[in-house]
Write a protein of this length. Structure first.
Length: 632
C-alpha cells in the first residue's frame, strides 16, 4: 500500500486549503473577540462610569418633586428695629389634571375659575391639552386669600384634582415714598426664568421686579425646600410618606434709610413733583430718598400685576419713575459750585478781582440776560458772584478763562456724566457735553455761546438729584465721593447673625488743592448767610452752606422753572457729622421756589430732632403753606 493513497486530495484537504481555513477561523475569532471587548467596554461605561447618572434619571422618572417655597427675607431700616417689608400668609391654588375625570374637566375648571375670579381660558393656558392626562401638579393662581380657600375647601368634592398650599406674599408696611427704594415683587416671567433657571429659580418663583427687591433678589430669595414622592409612569402617587427637604429662609436686609428722615423729607417735599436725597457724605449712606409722585407697592400683591402696572404707567407725572436716580435735569446755577472750584484750582482768574455785571452781555449778535437781576449786580468778585448767582460773572469766566474742555473735565471729577454705581437696578449717568460730543451728535461746531450756557448749568448738561448730592459730598470731603448705597447690612433670616456689611468705597477722587476746597466751602457758607437763599435757609440750630439753582426749561408755561437747593451742614463740623440734602422741585409745579424751604425743613428736623410740623412752625414757614394752600 502506497502512502500516496492515504494523503491524496480525495475526500480530504490539501495543505493550502487547511491553512486558509485556519486563517478564516482565526479572523472570525478575532472579530468576535473585538466585538465582545466593545460590548464589555460599553457595559463597563454604562454600569460603572455613567451608572450614577442613569440611576438619578431612573429616580426622576419614578418620583415627583414639589417645591416648598422659602420664606423671603425681610427688609428693615438702618436701626434694624423698624420692618419695612414683611411676609403675610397667603395661598396658591394648583390643579393635578390627571385626577380630574375627562368628562368633568370643563365643569371643574369652570367652577374653579369662578372661585378664583379668573376666566376658564386663563386656566386653560396654564394647563394645555397635551398635559391634561398628566399627574403633574400645575399652579394656576397665587396670592389667593384665606376666604377663597375656605370656599374651595367647602366644595372640594366638586373640585377633584384641586389643591392649595401656603405661599407667603409681601406686605410693604411702609410704602409711600419708600416704594421707589423697596420696589416690589411678582411672578417670574418666561424670559426671566430662561436667564435664571440655573440659579435655583422655578416657574412658580416670586422675583423682585424693581428697587431693592430686584437688586438683592438672590439674598432675599432663600432656598426652596423639596417634597418628593414615588409615582408610576403616569405620575400617580404610590408612596404615602414623602421625603422632605425643608426650605431655608432668605436673608434679612438692613438699609441705610432712616425712616424718620424719610418721612420728614417726604412731608417737606409734599405733593410737588420732584425729589429729595439725604446723604452722609463721609460714607455714601443714603438716609432718605424721596421721589414724588410715588405709588403703593402693595398694589402689586393683589395678583393683577399687568393691570396695576398699566394704570400707574399711564398716570400723570409717571409715579413709577424714581426721579432721584433716573430723571435728568439741567443743574442750573448749582453748577457754579464746580465753576468756582475749577477757576480757583486753575488760577484762571483772581477770586478777589471783580467783574462788572450790567444785567446783560452781548455775544455773537445775541443778548444774554442775567437771569437773577436784570438791572445788573454791579461789580462782583467770586464770593459775591456765587452768593448772588450772577450769570454774567460766570459767563465771562467760563468763556474767556476756562473753556469747555476744562469745565467738562472738572464736572466729570465731580461725578457728572458718570455712573454713580448706586445699588439700584436702574439709574442714569446724566451728560457732560464736549465739543467732540456736539460734533458727533448734531454735526455742529461748539460755539462760545455753548460754553456760556454750560458755565451756568444750562444747555446740554444734565444730572440726577443723586449726582447733585454727590457734588456737594465732594466739597464736604475735600475731594472724595464715596459710592452712594442703600444696603447697610445683611443678616441671617433665622438667627439675625451679621453676615456682611457694605464697605465704604471711594468712587471719585479729585486733585484739587485743599486750600481751594476750604475757599469753596467758605463761599458756599457766605451764599447762605448773604446770598439769594438767606431767608429760606436761615437756621438757628445748624450752620448751613450750599447753592441754589433755577433752571429754565423749554415746554413749560411762563414763570415755571425747575428749583434746586443743594446744601450741607453743619458747615463747621467734621465730615462724619455732616449731612447733604439735595432737593429739586420740577417746573410742572405751581411756582413757589419751594426747594430751599423744603431743604431747610429737613435740616431743622434732623438737627433739632423735630417732626415735620415742629420744624415748619420753628422756621416760621406755616404762613407759606397757607398762602399756597399746601397744609401738608
Amino acid at each position: 500500500m502506497s502512502f500516496d493513497g492515504i494523503y491524496s486530495n480525495k475526500g480530504g484537504l490539501s495543505g493550502d486549503d487547511g491553512l486558509k481555513k485556519n486563517i478564516r477561523l482565526t479572523f472570525l475569532l478575532a472579530i468576535f473577540t473585538v466585538v465582545f471587548a466593545v460590548y464589555l467596554y460599553r457595559l463597563f461605561i454604562l454600569q460603572i462610569v455613567q451608572g450614577g447618572e442613569y440611576r438619578s434619571q431612573s429616580k426622576q422618572i419614578s418620583s415627583t418633586v414639589r417645591t416648598i417655597p422659602a420664606q423671603r427675607g425681610e427688609i428693615f431700616d438702618r436701626n434694624a428695629n423698624m420692618p419695612l417689608v414683611i411676609n403675610t400668609d397667603s395661598f396658591s391654588v394648583s390643579v393635578t389634571p390627571g385626577e380630574i375625570p375627562a368628562k368633568l374637566y370643563d365643569t371643574v375648571i369652570l367652577k374653579l375659575a369662578d372661585y378664583l375670579g379668573m376666566t376658564k381660558t386663563a386656566i386653560d393656558r396654564k394647563i394645555p391639552p397635551n398635559i391634561r392626562r398628566s399627574f403633574t401638579t400645575v399652579e394656576v393662581k397665587s396670592n389667593v386669600p384665606f376666604e377663597v380657600i375656605s370656599d374651595i375647601a367647602e366644595n372640594i368634592t366638586d373640585l377633584p384634582g384641586v389643591t392649595w398650599t401656603n405661599k407667603p406674599i409681601r406686605n410693604y408696611v411702609v410704602s409711600g415714598s419708600m416704594s421707589h427704594i423697596l420696589g416690589y415683587v411678582g411672578d417670574i416671567t418666561r424670559d426671566e426664568l430662561t436667564m435664571l433657571y440655573n440659579q435655583g429659580y422655578t416657574q412658580n418663583s416670586i422675583i423682585g421686579k424693581t428697587g431693592i427687591e430686584k437688586q438683592y433678589d438672590q439674598l432675599l430669595q432663600g432656598k426652596q425646600g423639596r417634597e418628593s414622592r414615588t409615582v408610576d409612569a403616569r405620575g400617580r402617587i404610590l408612596s404615602d410618606k414623602p421625603i422632605i427637604t425643608p426650605p431655608i429662609s432668605g436673608n434679612n436686609l438692613v438699609l441705610t434709610i432712616d425712616t424718620t428722615v424719610q418721612t420728614l423729607a417726604e412731608k417737606a417735599l409734599g405733593e410737588r413733583v420732584g425729589a429729595i436725597v439725604v446723604l452722609r457724605p463721609a460714607t455714601g449712606e443714603v438716609l432718605a430718598m424721596v421721589s414724588y409722585p410715588f405709588f403703593d407697592a402693595n398694589l402689586f400683591t393683589s395678583g393683577n400685576y399687568s393691570s396695576q402696572y398699566a394704570a400707574l404707567a399711564s398716570a400723570p407725572n409717571n409715579p413709577l419713575l424714581n426721579r432721584a436716580v433716573i430723571a435728568e435735569y439741567p443743574p442750573a446755577s448749582t453748577f457754579k459750585t464746580i465753576m468756582a472750584t475749577a477757576m480757583l484750582n486753575e488760577k484762571a482768574f483772581p477770586s478777589a478781582k471783580s467783574i462788572p455785571c450790567e444785567g446783560e452781555i452781548n455775544y455773537g449778535g445775541r443778548i444774554f440776560h442775567c437771569h437773577v437781576k436784570k438791572p445788573g449786580h454791579g461789580r462782583l468778585d467770586l464770593k459775591n458772584a456765587l452768593a448772588q448767582s450772577c450769570d454774567v460773572y460766570f459767563w465771562i469766566v467760563g468763556r474767556d478763562y476756562l473753556g469747555v474742555d476744562k469745565i467738562a473735565s472738572y464736572a466729570k471729577e465731580f461725578g457728572f456724566g458718570q455712573d454713580l454705581e448706586i445699588d439700584l437696578p436702574a439709574s442714569r449717568s446724566g451728560l457732560v457735553p464736549t465739543a467732540q460730543w456736539k460734533e458727533r451728535r448734531f454735526h455742529e461746531k461748539w460755539l462760545g455761546g455753548d460754553t456760556m450756557n454750560m458755565s451756568i448749568g444750562q444747555g446740554y448738561t444734565t444730572v440726577t438729584p443723586m449726582h447733585m448730592a454727590d457734588m456737594m459730598a465732594m466739597v464736604c470731603n475735600g475731594g472724595t465721593i464715596y459710592r452712594p448705597h442703600l444696603l447697610k447690612e445683611v443678616r441671617d433670616g433665622a438667627t439675625n447673625e451679621l453676615i456682611q456689611e457694605t464697605p465704604v468705597e471711594a468712587l471719585f477722587t479729585s486733585t484739587v488743592a485743599p486750600e481751594v476746597w476750604q475757599e469753596v466751602r467758605n463761599d458756599l457758607r457766605y451764599t447762605i448767610t448773604d446770598g439769594t437763599p438767606a431767608y429760606p435757609m436761615h437756621n438757628k440750630v445748624v450752620q448751613l452752606a450750599g447753592k441754589t439753582g433755577t433752571a429754565e426749561v423749554n415746554g413749560y408755561a411762563k414763570n415755571h422753572w425747575h428749583s434746586w437747593m443743594i446744601a450741607y451742614g453743619p458747615f463747621d463740623g467734621p465730615a462724619e457729622d455732616q449731612i447733604v440734602v439735595a432737593t429739586i422741585v420740577e417746573a410742572v409745579n405751581e411756582w413757589e421756589w419751594w426747594a430751599p424751604y423744603a431743604t431747610n425743613i429737613v435740616f431743622q428736623g434732623i438737627f433739632a430732632d423735630q417732626t415735620y410740623d415742629e420744624a415748619v412752625n420753628t422756621l416760621g414757614f406755616r404762613y407759606l403753606l397757607k398762602m399756597y394752600g399746601r397744609m401738608e
